[in-house]
Design a protein. Structure first.
Length: 149
């Protein structure tokens, strides 16, 4: 898991071959003008999901993990207090892995919470279980889904 302001994104581009294009999209797009939902950037290899909703409580948030995609979750408005736990330490799956949606949920508690303000992002790799959209107010964010391979 990585937390950083968008202004520091360039130093992370070497971590994955699609990161330069992902950060170019985040810096070069009027993200506030995007409607909630899915936005294709490079087919199934790189796409964005815009969320604009009222946050949930820590008790309501469930850890999730993905196998095929890395998440870059950029907060645009509000503060998203995202939970995190190493996937290897998750022992209470709520269901089998849903391959069609690339997601599995867990009943484990996050080992830490990261308050992510507007203008900052978290990167979650497949080994990072995370519980997003935790806030007392509204959250507007964009989640980039980057194919691992």
């Amino acid at each position: 898991m990585i937390l950083a302001p968008l202004t520091d994104a360039d130093r992370l581009c070497a971590l994955h071959p699609r990161f330069p294009r992902a950060f170019e999209f985040l810096r070069g797009t009027d993200l506030m003008a995007l409607d909630p939902g899915k936005h294709t950037i490079e087919g199934d290899d790189l796409f964005a999901i815009v969320e604009h909703c009222h946050g949930r409580t820590k008790a309501e948030a469930k850890l999730e993990s993905h196998r095929r995609y890395i998440d870059i979750q950029l907060v645009l408005e509000g503060v998203d207090e995202m939970g995190w736990r190493p996937l290897a330490q998750c022992e209470k799956p709520l269901a089998e892995f849903d391959a069609a949606r690339d997601i599995r949920f867990y009943d484990d508690a996050p080992s830490s919470w990261v308050a992510t303000p507007a203008g900052s992002f978290c990167i979650f790799f497949p080994e990072d279980a995370h519980a997003p959209l935790v806030s007392e107010g509204m959250i507007r964010k964009v989640i980039l889904k980057i194919a691992v391979q």
